[in-house]
Design a protein. Structure first.
Length: 406
């Protein structure tokens, strides 16, 4: 066993990913091992790359195999501003160090997490209809009416997936448009839910159910697009629909607990939380049925701690995963090893060039992702492919409103 594998360099790379960019950390050790992770700074958190680059001086020269020590030291150095972009930088660095350590030992990353419990993990088709409505330039065929929504529901079934997740849409003259006031599209900071939103959401869900048939689980993601009153209105409107879960983002665990106690559907949440301390109030409030953990943001090793705490509160976990293929594989190793796993998010609609950016793409059979046995995460960025698709200056959620207007 290698006793030391000191870090020589820490580098960030990025590439064009359609409506956003993909971002990566590359850690190289003095003995030639390269570890990778994927992170994101377009989901409301600009500056993660700068934080990683600033923190890298504390990582270079350290033993990459001692990832817990490095994480603890970086947290100590940033404790006055813990959380947010800084926490995401720590998670990105930790994930790359895990890849280094697994490769140094010649094992898949799940072996570092206690070994795999399952050989494959159930996935749901995330942003089903959403990407083809909101980003038709990159995800085709474009969906322009309810028939298109029904069609993608049939596609989910025909491709042998067992679950899908969709979002909120309003229909103007029969044409769907994403309704995301929580993210400023449209800009309605009061975030109220009116009759039109309720009517059109029900219509959308009925269409996707009509296409998918009775045996496909349907998940609904409401994001930050309402306040407590509005979430309760939506839950009453969809009371009689058979939903796997309703996903709600709320910064207030007491408010979410109040919602959950009145909901006919299971409630999932917490995808934007960072660190066990932020999750604990939601656990103690019994505010959620499923805790969603963003392992690229938190770091997979730290996410295992969050999952263990969730287990103590009789709560299962699911990963937040709407990034590139490396993030999917990072999440897959987490799902393979964590006991209290529920289901894994993944985007099936992909960019035309996604396969060029990675050495391996996820293998999905009958709606389940097969866990690879290759060392490390089981895939890594193809640097030639990244160079062929240079990053845009702008992209992601921060520019979504402007892009949606074009």
């Amino acid at each position: 066993m290698t006793k030391t594998s000191n870090v020589r360099s820490v580098e960030t790379l990025s590439c064009d990913a359609g409506w956003r960019n993909y971002h990566f950390v590359k850690v190289m050790t003095e003995d030639g091992i390269v570890g990778w992770s994927e992170f994101d700074e377009g989901f409301g958190s600009p500056g993660v790359s700068a934080a990683i680059e600033r923190l890298s001086a504390r990582v270079v020269g350290k033993n990459a195999l001692q990832h817990e020590r490095i994480h603890a030291e970086l947290f100590s150095a940033t404790r006055p501003a813990a959380g947010g972009v800084v926490a995401q930088a720590l998670g990105a660095i930790e994930n790359a160090l895990l890849d280094v350590k697994a490769k140094a030992l010649g094992v898949p990353c799940y072996e570092l997490l206690g070994g795999k419990i399952r050989d494959r993990v159930r996935v749901y088709w995330s942003h089903c209809a959403t990407w083809r409505i909101n980003h038709p330039d990159w995800f085709k065929p474009a969906i322009t009416d309810l028939d298109g929504v029904k069609s993608i529901g049939r596609e989910v079934r025909e491709k042998r997936f067992t679950a899908l997740k969709t979002n909120i849409f309003v229909y103007t003259d029969g044409r769907p448009q994403g309704w995301r006031p929580g993210f400023g599209v449209p800009f309605e900071p009061e975030i109220n839910v009116d009759r039109r939103v309720l009517r059109d959401l029900c219509m959308h869900l009925e269409a996707i159910r009509d296409g998918a048939g009775p045996d496909i689980d349907i998940l609904l993601d409401l994001n930050f697009n309402a306040k407590t009153e509005g979430y309760l209105k939506i839950l009453r409107a969809i009371r009689d629909m058979d939903l796997f879960w309703v996903e709600i983002d709320s910064f207030n665990p007491q408010a979410l607990g109040y919602i959950r106690r009145q909901s006919p559907h299971p409630i999932s949440s917490c995808e934007t939380l960072l660190g066990l301390r932020e999750f604990l109030p939601y656990f103690t409030e019994q505010a959620i049925d499923v805790a969603i953990i963003d392992t690229p943001w938190n770091g997979v090793w730290q996410s295992m701690k969050i999952a263990a705490a969730a287990e103590a509160f009789e709560v299962n976990v699911a990963p937040h995963n709407f990034y590139g293929h490396l993030c999917t594989m990072m999440n897959a190793h987490f799902c393979a090893a964590v006991p209290n796993f529920r289901i894994m998010e993944t985007d099936i609609d992909r960019l035309a060039w996604d396969h060029e950016l990675f050495t391996h793409v996820p293998e999905i059979i009958d709606g389940h992702l097969v866990i690879p046995d290759r060392p490390g995460w089981g895939t890594e960025p193809n640097e030639e492919g990244l160079r062929a698709h240079p990053p845009k200056n702008k992209g992601g959620l921060l520019n979504y409103g402007q892009m949606a207007k074009r």
